[in-house]
Each structure stands twice: as C-alpha cells, then as structure tokens.
Design a protein around this ligand. Structure first.
Ligand code: CU
Length: 562
C-alpha cells in the first residue's frame, strides 16, 4: 500500500489545483473485456485535457475521460482494485448494479472513504444485462464534472436478448463549465450552484468536444447513451436516420418502438438502434424547446458489401416477455395506495441577505426579473421564491448572463420568451448570477416523508428482501424553487415506473433513476432484492450535496426485520 502525505488542509481550503502543466494528456476510453474472476486495476489521477485551443486540468480513471468501458458477462463477478491519486477522498459507486451492499461505494455507510494515496478492493456482480456506469460518491459536483465516470456493458446470458447490430457506440453525454480557459472554480469546502446545479458551456460526448464516428451504409448502429452531467437533461436526436428504442437504464424495453428522440436525465441511460441507409454526415444533437446543440458527427461511408442481417431485421419491433409478464399484474399496483409518499421540496435562503432594518425592499423572481413585488412571496409564472431585487439581475442583464454557447456547437439560436422551463424541465441555467451564489449553506433541498400526510423530515424506511413497494414521488410546487429532479435508488433493487401524473407508463423498462418533472407526481414499483443500508438521492450532484438524499434499510428476511 502506498502512503502519500495528505495535502495541507490549509491549502485545500483555498482551491483545488488547476494547473495542467506536466500532467499526462487524457486518453480515449479503452474497451476492457473482463472474464469472470478477473481483476481490474483502476486508478484515479489528474490529467491534462485538451479542449480546442485550451488545456485544462481534469481527473480520469486510468488516464482517460471517460474511464475504461468495462465489458462483462451477466452473472459474473470481477474484482476492482482502486487506487486514489486524485484531489480528495473518493469511493466508486457502481451505478445501477444490484450488488453486495458493502461494495456500493457510499462513504461512511458501506465503506470508509479512500484517502488520497489509499486504495480499496471491490467485488462487483452483474446480475442484469444492460448499460451501467461508475463514478465517485464523494463531491460528485466536482469529481464527475472533472471527468470521473465510465461505462459498464453487461453482456446478456440469453443470446437473442438484443436485436442484431453491426456496430456499437458507447457514448456518455456531458457538459463542462469553462471560464477564462479553466474549469470554473470549485470550493473544496462547499458546493456552489446549489440551486439549479452546475450547467456547462462545453459539450463533451465521450469526453470529446467534437466527437467524430464512422459507420458504413446499410449498417445498424447501436448507441448506448449515458447522461453523466451534473444537472443538464439531454434530449438526443439523430436527424436523417431512423432510431429504434430498444433499452433503458437496466436492460431492454417492454416493446421496441421507433422514436424521434430520447430524453436522458442525469444518470439515466438509453439504448437506441439506428439504421444508416445513406452515405453522408449525420449529426447527433441535443434538442431543447429553444436550442439545438451538436453532440457528435457520424460519417457514413459508402463501402458496403451486402445487406447485413441486422438491417434486414431492423423493421421488426420485438417485445420482452419478462416485461409483458410485469404488465399483466400492473393494474393491481396502479389501483393500490402508495406504501410511501415522498415529497421533493426546496427551501432557499436569500443568497445576498440584507441586514435587518436596511430600508424598504422590493422583491423579484430570479428567473423572471420582470416579476416584482413589495412583499415576499412566490413567482406566479414559475413558483420560485421572490428574492430582494438587488440580488436579482435586471431584465436586460439577465439575457446577457445566459449561457454562451461554445464555439460552433449551437446549431440554432431561437432563444424566445419561454426560458428553459418548458415541460417541467429546466433546460438551461436561466438565473446564472443567483445560481452561482447559492451554496449548501443557503439552499436546502429536501425529501419529506408525507406517507402519513404530515411533514416528517426524518425518513425511516424499512423493507425486506423479496418485497415490492409502491413509492409515490411528489415534486411539490409549494416550494422555494420548483424544478425537476432525477430520483435515483441504489442497488437494493430496481423499479418500474407505474404512472406519471396518473398516466400509465406506456413502455416498461427496469430503472434505477426516474425524472420527476416540476410539479409532477410519479408512482414507481420498487422490487426489493438486496439487503443492507442503501441510499436514495437526487442525481443532480449539487442537489444531493444540498441535502436531497437519505438512506433506508433492507432486511434479509422478515425475522431480521422485526
Ligand atoms: Cu434535484
């Protein structure tokens, strides 16, 4: 075991290091095929990352951003030996895997943090086919933003689990906030951008600001997509090619369907097949109500030998029998009252609080500065808490403060009246100045257990292996900052979405994260399968840091539960 001297805490209090000089250049992620019982060495360390003309200091697993893509077999187990040469304590969380609790990577609950210079060995199991990922579970707002994420592809035991394809692209979608040629600063002691999370201005697809991929005419290409952003929701399109949705967070969908776009909240995954039937260039895009951003370019070359078997089957829309069986018993669960009701709320202090008796105050909405009032209250347009007007940029200044697009990545600029809140999703940071100032000290994101109707902030959930539990997630509008939250449950089990605002989920897939839009009520059916102490949290990194998390207990059997 290596022993490094830990950095001087006084220095840590100032800032994290930002100088890329002398660091190895970040590599491209490698694909590592691991056999059952194999050991992987995974090292966290700083890298120099080129972004256009600038080079910034970031963090990588094994020197690449993203870290290596692990390809493993369903039902297998591997050993991962992690060493931490990063900037702060770390753990590795294996997102979406139903694994043994003690390897879940939650600091102080399932393991001690791995100090800088320290190491930890994980045994990771893969009971379910599909696309998963790994990332730290300490200060994700910093470490994930800086590049610590990687994918896991679990190959199904069943040979025809997925339709045939000719080519796979495993892609992470992300955004990074760069200011003055550096990654925008972080405090080692507190999380900023706590209100909306840290939106970036450079889009990184698989770590690349201008990713170029190649395919051949007549092929079916599978896109394995993971949203690794701190807070941004991605809506992914590929104009000019047909996309077929085949899978989600954990495995395949109930019924394959042709789609024009897929929505990915932070930490969610989507698996889509694409038939590329014409030569030329295709652009993978992120499409919001107001803007379009380019995520990657796919060059389709004409060199094609014969029609691939995958292309011949592309029109088929298959069904998953295991999810059809779940559909059979869905009515019973839809009719049942929820076992637990969880409210998602915000309490926001004024980030530029005025001393008492400082004179008359007028209030304004940080997202709609034209909304003003002589009294405290909430914005009639979005429900946001009104703040003293001096802490809200003037309407003219507000526009100048909206995100500038990075070189050439904005394909369209129809920035209208609508702001970024259409469909209960905040697509952009529309209150940059206020958001930057909000910290874990002034912004309190909360889950409240409203099962019995009352506010009961201390959540005490106890489940038993083998149980199924209906959870109702209520994103309350009566909150200081109503916005969307991707709700994530750790590997105690997996869940199906039953209904969103009373609308029965049309296409089932096993999930570990669900997007709860502003004001929405989402019912999920949680299939509890693993004992231990497990976390639930919002996967907006800054929201989790600001309190939107709790842990719950799963007993091995009924006797242990009582
Ligand atoms: Cu949240």
């Amino acid at each position: 075991m290596q022993h490094h001297t830990r950095p001087d805490p006084a220095m840590l209090a100032e800032s994290f290091p930002t100088d890329p000089a002398g660091l190895p250049e970040a590599g491209r992620p490698t694909l590592l095929e691991l056999a059952p019982g194999d050991t992987l060495d995974l090292r966290v360390g700083p890298v120099a990352k080129r972004l256009g003309d600038t080079t910034v200091r970031m963090l990588g697993y094994n020197g690449s951003i993203p870290g290596p893509t692990l390809k493993v077999q369903q039902g297998s187990e591997i050993i991962v030996h992690v060493t931490n040469d990063g900037d702060l304590d770390t753990t590795v969380h294996w997102h979406g895997l139903r694994l043994e609790n003690r390897y879940d990577g939650v600091p102080h609950e399932t393991q001690a943090p791995i100090p800088v210079g320290g190491e930890f060995t994980y045994r990771i199991q893969f009971p379910d086919a599909g696309l998963y990922w790994y990332h730290p579970h300490i200060r994700e707002d910093y470490t994930q933003e800086l590049g610590l994420y990687g994918n896991i592809l679990v190959e199904p035991s069943e040979p025809d689990y997925w339709p045939a394809v000719d080519r796979d692209f495993v892609l992470t979608v992300d955004d990074l906030l760069v200011e003055d040629g550096k990654v925008a600063p972080f405090s080692p002691t507190e999380t900023s951008y706590a209100a909306m999370g840290r939106f970036g201005n450079v889009f990184l697809t698989s770590g690349h600001p201008d990713l170029r991929l190649e395919a051949r005419v007549g092929e079916v290409v599978r896109l394995w997509l993971t949203n690794t952003a701190n807070t941004r929701v991605f809506n992914v399109r590929l104009p000019g090619a047909r996309m077929k949705l085949v899978g989600g967070d954990s495995g395949r969908v109930e019924r394959e369907e042709f789609v024009s776009e897929v929505l990915l909240a932070p930490s969610e995954r989507s698996v889509v097949d694409v038939l590329v039937d014409q030569p030329g260039e295709l652009h993978l895009e992120h499409h919001t109500p107001d803007r379009t951003y380019r995520l990657a370019t796919v060059t389709v070359t004409e060199k094609q030998a014969a029609l691939s078997p995958a292309a011949a089957e592309f029109e088929q829309l298959r069904r998953a029998p295991e999810l059809a069986a779940e559909r059979e018993q869905l009515d019973r669960w839809l009719a049942a009252p929820p076992d637990k009701v969880l409210a998602l709320v915000a309490q926001m202090d004024d980030p530029a609080a005025m001393p008492e008796g400082a004179g008359p105050v007028t209030y304004a909405c940080p997202m709609h500065p034209e909304v003003t009032s002589d009294e405290p209250g909430r914005c009639p347009k979005c429900g946001m808490k009104l703040l003293p007007a001096q802490s809200v940029p003037k309407p003219a200044a507000a526009d100048a403060a909206t995100m500038e697009d990075h070189d050439g990545h904005a394909a369209g600029h129809d920035h209208g009246e609508g702001h970024g809140t259409a469909d209960g999703i905040e697509w952009e940071d529309d209150m940059v100045e206020v958001n930057r100032l909000t910290t874990t000290a002034t912004m309190h994101w909360k889950f409240l257990d409203r099962t019995s109707g009352a506010d009961r902030p201390a959540i005490d959930w106890r489940f038993t292996v083998g149980e199924r539990v209906k959870l109702r997630l209520v994103n309350e509008m009566n909150s200081d900052h109503p916005m969307h939250h991707p709700f994530h449950l750790h590997g105690a089990g997996r869940f199906l979405v039953l209904a969103r605002d009373g609308v029965v989920e049309p296409n089932l897939v096993w999930k570990d994260t669900v997007l709860v839009r502003t004001g929405q009520v989402v019912d999920i059916l949680f299939d509890v399968s693993n004992p231990g102490l497990w976390m639930a949290h919002c996967h907006i990194a800054e929201h989790m840091q600001s309190g939107m998390m709790f842990s719950f207990n799963v007993a091995r059997d009924q006797a242990a539960a009582t």
